[in-house]
Design a protein around this ligand. Sequence first.
Ligand SMILES: [Fe+2]
Length: 173
Amino acid sequence: MNSDSDLQIAGDILEVPHLLQAPREHPSTVAEFVGLARSLAADRSQWEHLVQYDATTRWYHRLRTGPGYEVWLLSWVPGQGSGPHDHGPSSGVLTVLEGTLTEHTERGTRALRPGDERVFAPGYTHDVVNDALEPAVSLHVYFPGLTEMPMVPRSHLRAAAAPAACEARPVTA
Ligand SMILES: [Fe+2]
């Protein structure tokens, strides 16, 4: 059997484009969702003109949707916060685009600055607030899309109440 025979069996892949794997149009893994968040964060033309500060409420804009995920842009004036909440069945990636946000979790409190990322699984509970003097902008990817954001008692953010599933890890940009 020579190589011509193999070619006859398999066909010439350049002549059968349907056998070529198309580049994936949408992210579907945690790493790909992080990659999506990073690429959007890096491209200010995707979101800068959509930032809107509203003194009466945090301002939300759904930046993008795809199969099994949503991307939200949030604008925060000083003093605005989410309150303690979880994300129902959704996992998520949170990154700060401008300003500084403070995240309170069962593990403590940390400042999130531009380029900082949080990746979290279902069950993750936190309270995010802009307690700085400048407005802030953040990008949130939820997979699956956020269907509920139940508020939880502030006591859930205390160390003793931390369920093991609420694992999150900072990712250095
Ligand atoms: Fe959240």
